[in-house]
Design a protein around this ligand. Structure first.
Ligand code: NAD
Length: 491
């Protein structure tokens, strides 16, 4: 792609805060760097805000709330459709911005952006079906249950899906009448700011969405401590999620926490090995394994292990790691140097305890890779529970293989984790599908499928993967509160 065109696209993204419909610098003009993980180069400087600007953003959202929540569902739905149209119209440009700051291949960036538009469209319609109830009371009064928005919603998002994590929070939140203060990840603020610029361009009323980039601790401190913020919706690591959970206790906020995952991927002996290998490689190398639902522990029945690993290694060796701007790239760089250090540490620990690398196992070197954070696609066998990789989320292009013999044994091992987000298993035995599906302690189960995320279906976890759901009817209802009214009308 033409270098000037890329520079122009980055140049055009506002680098400042969006509060009450106005673009403004952080106090004192403070800024932080944004780095391209494929080249290590600084691509932009964005506003580095703190407590004061966060309070301003909350005030703006609070001010916008009465009018926005007073619109009809149809009127708000129309705004969401406009936002979706604007995103679709700019999808190719937004994808370039995302690839430059996050690293994923352009086609994956564009797909993510379009999924955000689909999410806005779906919520625009679903909000029209958010029905209440009338209840036959014991003494003839009119008993009503109605749904109300919460007020100001704070959203804190990660870098791995810099656009979709925002739209999937913002769409249901504003569809039902809330207003939003967003704090995006410091690694990927440009994708978030570019979205805000589009919403500004279509004239979304001031204060309905606000964005504060900068000091995570200071911004998070204000968002959790302020009583005017009635909900915090967070996607990110379990450690930060737990901290924000504790910080929110004092103001008794409603919470949605979408935290880490450590997905088991179970291959039973009757599975179609070719399909499983194709699905596994597609799921693992999407965003280069930096996905909360990425298959992280691959359980393979001992009777098919040899054939399976041979086919897997050969498929993994076809994966092309490159700068995400390269149209042949199947995966890009990792986000930071410490991502590489974490993988090296997990692999060293596993090797020291007897595991064997079949492919990869080290960072990629050479002219095109040396300044970025690239890692070789890796397959490692002989994984046991003594190894850190069995229990720790990896967040990179590593496929650890564990063999098993019995169904009970693999179900127990798959559930032997504090996480409970996504899980997958492959078998054609209907009895086994019902039994394993019932016993896996996960919020999402892909049965002969890696597709577990749609605007229509609830996405979320159990145990330390968090609570609350995004998308689906359940996702919308996480942004409302229920009110009961007894209307006595007989004189
Ligand atoms: P992270 O927890 O480091 O950061 C997430 C967000 O929290 C960022 O915006 C960050 O700036 C902010 N943050 C960090 N410290 C904070 C503080 N003290 N106060 C307020 N905000 C703070 O996570 P990450 O590295 O950006 O993302 C990767 C993690 O996210 C992985 O664990 C992954 O599994 C998880 N994730 C979960 C889901 C899901 O839906 N369950 C989806 C994507 C990613």
């Amino acid at each position: 792609m033409d270098k000037t065109k890329i520079e122009t696209l980055i140049e055009e993204v506002p680098k400042v805060l969006f509060i009450n419909g106005q673009w403004q610098e952080a106090d004192g003009g403070k800024q932080t760097e944004v780095i391209n993980p494929a080249t290590g180069q600084v691509i932009a400087h964005v506003a580095n805000a703190g407590e004061k600007e966060t309070e301003q953003a909350i005030t703006a959202a609070e001010k916008a709330f009465p009018k926005w929540s007073g619109l009809t569902a149809d009127e708000r739905g129309a705004w969401l459709h406009k936002m979706a149209d604007a995103i679709r119209g700019a999808a190719k440009d937004l994808a370039v911005v995302m690839t430059i700051e996050q690293g994923k291949p352009l086609n994956q960036a564009e797909a993510e952006i379009l999924s955000g538009a689909a999410c806005l469209d779906w919520n625009a319609e679903e909000v029209k079906r958010l029905k209440g109830e009338t209840i036959p009371g014991p003494t003839g009064e009119l008993l009503l249950v109605q749904h109300e928005p919460l007020g100001v919603v704070a959203a804190i998002t990660p870098w791995n899906f810099p656009s979709a994590m925002i739209t999937r929070k913002m769409a249901p939140a504003i569809a039902v009448g809330n207003t939003v203060v967003l704090k995006p990840s410091p690694e990927t603020p440009l994708s978030a700011l570019a979205l805000m610029a589009l919403f500004d361009k279509i004239g979304l009323p001031a204060g309905v969405v606000n964005i504060v980039t900068g000091d995570a601790k200071a911004i998070g401190g204000v968002l959790t401590a302020d009583n005017r913020v009635r909900k915090l919706t967070f996607t990110g690591s379990t450690a930060v999620g737990k901290m924000l959970f504790a910080q929110s206790a004092d103001t008794v906020k409603k919470l949605s926490l979408e935290l880490g995952g450590h997905a088991p991927f179970i291959v039973f002996e009757d599975a179609n090995v070719d399909k499983v290998v194709a699905d596994l490689v597609a799921a693992k190398f999407r965003n280069n394994g930096q996905v909360c639902t990425s298959p992280n522990r691959i359980f393979v029945h001992e009777s098919i292990q040899a054939t399976f690993t041979e086919k897997l290694v050969s498929a993994v060796e076809q994966v092309k790691i490159a700068n995400g701007l390269d149209e042949n790239a199947s995966a890009g760089p990792l986000i930071r140097e410490d991502a590489i250090e974490k993988i090296d540490k997990q692999l060293d620990d596993a090797k020291g305890k007897g595991a064997k690398i079949l492919s990869g196992g080290e960072r990629l070197t050479g002219a095109e890779f040396d300044d970025g954070y690239f890692y070789k696609p890796t397959v490692i066998t002989g994984i046991t529970k003594e190894m850190a990789i069995f229990y720790e989320e990896t967040f990179g292009p590593v496929l650890p293989i564990i063999t098993f013999n019995e169904d009970d044994e693999v179900i127990e091992a798959a559930n032997d984790t504090l996480y409970g987000l996504a899980s997958y298993f492959y078998t054609n035995d209907i009895g086994r599908i019902a039994e394993v599906g019932r016993r896996l302690q996960y919020g999402m189960v892909g049965v002969n499928s890696i597709n577990i995320s749609y605007p229509q279906t609830p996405f979320g976890g159990v145990k330390h993967s968090g609570f609350g759901r995004e998308n689906g009817a359940q996702g919308l209802s996480d942004y409302i509160q229920v009110k009961f009214l007894n209307i006595t009308y007989k004189k």
